[in-house]
Ligand binder design. Structure first.
Ligand code: FES
Length: 108
């Protein structure tokens, strides 16, 4: 099963298996990675699933952010960077095995 590396703001790495078809937000929630909150359950209405996709992966995480995602990112609690994504919008595939995402200091 593909794995995702979640890197906390303090540098702690969580290596988690996330099944294909599942999104990166839920992969964190189901495995006690607390740096992602996912308050709206993936409904694209909260921005508490903000993450920074590792530069090696930014072009490989599926379609680019939609306009709705980009708009909502502006509500994120921490700095929005060019590699910012809402993790509920990244759907795992086998090709994403090893995906690395850094988590912001806070989601509120
Ligand atoms: S979980 Fe709410 S926007 Fe991603």
């Amino acid at each position: 099963m593909p794995t995702v590396n979640y890197i906390d703001a303090d540098g702690t790495r969580h290596v988690v298996e996330v099944p294909p078809g599942e999104n990166v937000m839920r992969g964190a929630l189901y495995n006690n990675v607390t740096g992602i909150v996912g308050e709206c359950g993936g409904g694209l209405s909260c921005a508490t699933c903000h993450c920074y996709v590792d530069p090696a992966w930014t072009g490989r995480v599926g379609p680019p952010a939609s306009q709705d995602e980009r708009d909502l990112l502006q509500a994120a609690a921490c700095e929005v960077r060019p590699n910012s994504r809402l993790s509920c919008q990244i759907v795992m595939t086998e090709a994403l095995d090893g995906l690395t995402v850094a988590l912001p200091q806070t989601q509120y």
